[in-house]
Design a protein around this ligand. Structure first.
Ligand SMILES: *[C@@H]1O[C@H](CO)[C@@H](O)[C@H](O)[C@H]1NC(C)=O
Ligand SMILES: *[C@@H]1O[C@H](CO)[C@@H](O)[C@H](O)[C@H]1NC(C)=O
Ligand SMILES: *[C@@H]1O[C@H](CO)[C@@H](O)[C@H](O)[C@H]1NC(C)=O
Ligand SMILES: *[C@@H]1O[C@H](CO)[C@@H](O)[C@H](O)[C@H]1NC(C)=O
Ligand SMILES: *[C@@H]1O[C@H](CO)[C@@H](O)[C@H](O)[C@H]1NC(C)=O
Ligand SMILES: *[C@@H]1O[C@H](CO)[C@@H](O)[C@H](O)[C@H]1NC(C)=O
Ligand SMILES: *[C@@H]1O[C@H](CO)[C@@H](O)[C@H](O)[C@H]1NC(C)=O
Ligand SMILES: *[C@@H]1O[C@H](CO)[C@@H](O)[C@H](O)[C@H]1NC(C)=O
Ligand SMILES: *[C@@H]1O[C@H](CO)[C@@H](O)[C@H](O)[C@H]1NC(C)=O
Ligand SMILES: *[C@@H]1O[C@H](CO)[C@@H](O)[C@H](O)[C@H]1NC(C)=O
Ligand SMILES: *[C@@H]1O[C@H](CO)[C@@H](O)[C@H](O)[C@H]1NC(C)=O
Ligand SMILES: *[C@@H]1O[C@H](CO)[C@@H](O)[C@H](O)[C@H]1NC(C)=O
Length: 418
């Protein structure tokens, strides 16, 4: 009995000792006469509650070079200058969360390849020349503009800002930039612009501008981004998209220390090839095609009422175009307007009652469910269409000639859902 009780007591005392020792350690390393604390894990160090005027903190003596991830949490400070901490650590990641600072200064001497700001009140970011940072992300911040100093980040690959206060975006800040992904979803962007003749974004492959407030967009903005594969502009307030590009003279650009690059349209070259494939290969044009890599464009969930297919006519690689959930009332394209390679067209959830798409010779799939078609003349569709979705149109499906199973003629025409 006693043995057992004594054992328990010893155990309890031991536990209390451990607890005391632990609290003592916390005091030693953390509290330090100011009200910030820090928690050191094996690989991360989290600095909590940094405020103005904490001289001791600013020396960051507790940081060591074994820290792989440096975290600032619940800071409330005028200027968060990262110069000193970034000298002490060789971390690969820097995270700043749930904090407020009017300005954050990112020094040149900075090892992280990734910087992430989450839930931060901040007006201005200041970068210095740096060759390590590849991935810069901001989610839920008050950030109103992208600092022009991002141009100093020579290795930047991903620029990501969501759920923040960006009101407009100008590609000038990316002049000379090496980024491949620009992700600006769920901001308040009303304008996207580029200065005429600006060389920009040679490596940009994907642009996301969905969930913003764009009302109009000039697609010529993207004409010279020769690696751009896909453009997302879903769920904005677009009433109009257009391509304001002067194709009457070929455009020449300086390409950083690499001579000049000339742009022109390959449209007639492609049309010639399609017309007569037996023709000996015509020489490829001595220039870069506009939109040369652009494969797909997402414009769903906007307010587009009328569409001129000429807007897309210089996009010779465009394969897939999504205009679902707009306010289109007709789809009429003439021969000189259609993008030569378009194979999938998504126009579901519009109010379309008239289509003339026969000139889209490459079109294979047409998604037209939830529209207002009352009749359909098959000659308004491309001859080689493979798939047609007409579900939920005010249309008598058994009046479509290729759907009329009562005749014994072999059924010709596209596989149709109606
Ligand atoms: C820290 O590292 C030690 C030894 O490698 C390991 O036992 C411990 O679980 C680690 N602690 C954390 C919080 O990762
Ligand atoms: C970390 O610092 C220690 C001494 O301060 C040094 O010996 C070591 O080489 C450093 N390690 C790295 C990876 O810089
Ligand atoms: C940052 O500012 C917001 C809004 O003013 C406030 O709600 C939040 O508590 C502040 N956070 C800190 C860590 O000061
Ligand atoms: C954040 O810091 C403020 C003082 O700036 C403090 O009052 C608050 O309790 C802290 N919140 C957390 C979750 O640490
Ligand atoms: C973009 O927004 C900033 C800040 O809101 C403003 O100063 C600037 O004039 C705007 N630029 C354009 C082209 O609208
Ligand atoms: C881009 O590079 C050119 C030529 O090297 C230079 O004149 C220009 O200032 C640079 N732009 C930016 C935003 O750094
Ligand atoms: C543009 O360049 C292409 C290829 O070099 C050439 O065939 C075409 O005639 C030029 N167009 C104009 C308007 O200069
Ligand atoms: C210069 O152009 C060539 C050929 O297009 C390309 O391989 C090279 O990477 C370019 N150099 C620079 C510095 O952009
Ligand atoms: C292609 O154009 C460049 C200038 O843009 C010129 O230097 C080169 O000689 C041209 N090549 C041919 C085969 O025409
Ligand atoms: C659809 O278009 C018809 C005219 O073709 C128009 O009368 C009708 O109001 C439109 N419906 C909607 C929901 O816009
Ligand atoms: C379908 O359209 C073609 C050409 O516009 C026309 O020749 C043909 O008579 C039309 N067919 C029907 C059934 O209306
Ligand atoms: C649909 O068309 C078929 C064949 O023309 C006809 O027999 C049928 O009554 C029509 N159905 C409706 C609901 O109009």
């Amino acid at each position: 009995m006693c043995d057992c009780f004594c054992e328990e007591l010893v155990l309890l005392l031991e536990q209390m000792l451990v607890l005391c020792f632990f609290m003592f350690c916390m005091l030693l390393m953390g509290i330090d006469a100011s009200n910030f604390t820090y928690i050191k894990g094996n690989v991360s160090c989290t600095i909590i509650g940094l405020t103005n005027g904490e001289g001791k903190v600013q020396s960051y003596d507790f940081l060591t070079n074994s820290t792989e991830e440096l975290v600032f949490k619940n800071a409330s400070i005028d200027v968060l200058d990262l110069t000193v901490p970034m000298e002490k650590v060789t971390s690969w990641k820097l995270l700043i969360s749930d904090s407020n600072a009017t300005r954050i200064i990112f020094p040149a001497q900075m090892s992280p390849s990734m910087v992430h700001l989450v839930n931060v009140g901040v007006d201005d970011l200041q970068f210095e020349e740096n060759t390590n940072l590849q991935d810069f992300r901001v989610d839920y911040a008050t950030l109103p503009v992208i600092s022009p100093t991002v141009s100093k980040l020579a290795a930047l690959d991903i620029l990501w800002v969501t759920h923040s206060a960006l009101a407009n975006f100008s590609f000038e800040v990316l002049e000379n930039s090496s980024i491949s992904l620009l992700y600006l979803v769920a901001n308040k962007i009303e304008t996207v612009t580029i200065a005429p003749g600006l060389r920009c974004c040679e490596n940009l492959e994907e642009i996301f501008l969905s969930d913003n407030k764009l009302k109009t967009l000039d697609l010529a903005t993207f004409a010279f981004m020769s690696k751009l594969k896909t453009l997302f502009v879903e769920n904005n307030q677009l009433v109009e998209v257009y391509t304001n590009l002067d194709t009457n003279h070929n455009q020449t650009f300086e390409v950083g220390g690499n001579g000049t690059r000339q742009f022109c349209s390959w449209r007639s070259y492609y049309l010639q090839q399609d017309d007569d494939s037996s023709i000996d290969e015509a020489p490829t044009p001595n220039c870069t095609d506009y939109f040369s890599a652009l494969l797909s464009m997402q414009l769903a969930r906007n307010h587009i009422v009328t569409l001129n297919f000429r807007t897309f006519s210089l996009m010779n690689s465009l394969n897939s175009l999504d205009l679902s959930s707009n306010r289109l009332v007709n789809l009429v394209a003439s021969e000189d307007e259609v993008p030569v390679r378009l194979s999938e067209l998504f126009v579901s959830n519009n109010n379309i009652s008239d289509i003339q798409l026969a000139k889209f010779v490459s079109l294979k799939a047409l998604y037209m469910y939830d529209n207002s078609l009352t009749k359909l003349n098959m000659s308004s569709l491309p001859v080689e269409l493979d798939y047609l979705n007409l579900v939920n149109n005010p249309l008598n499906c058994s009046e479509l000639p290729h759907m009329n199973r009562s005749t014994n003629l072999p059924s010709l025409g596209p596989y149709t859902e109606c």
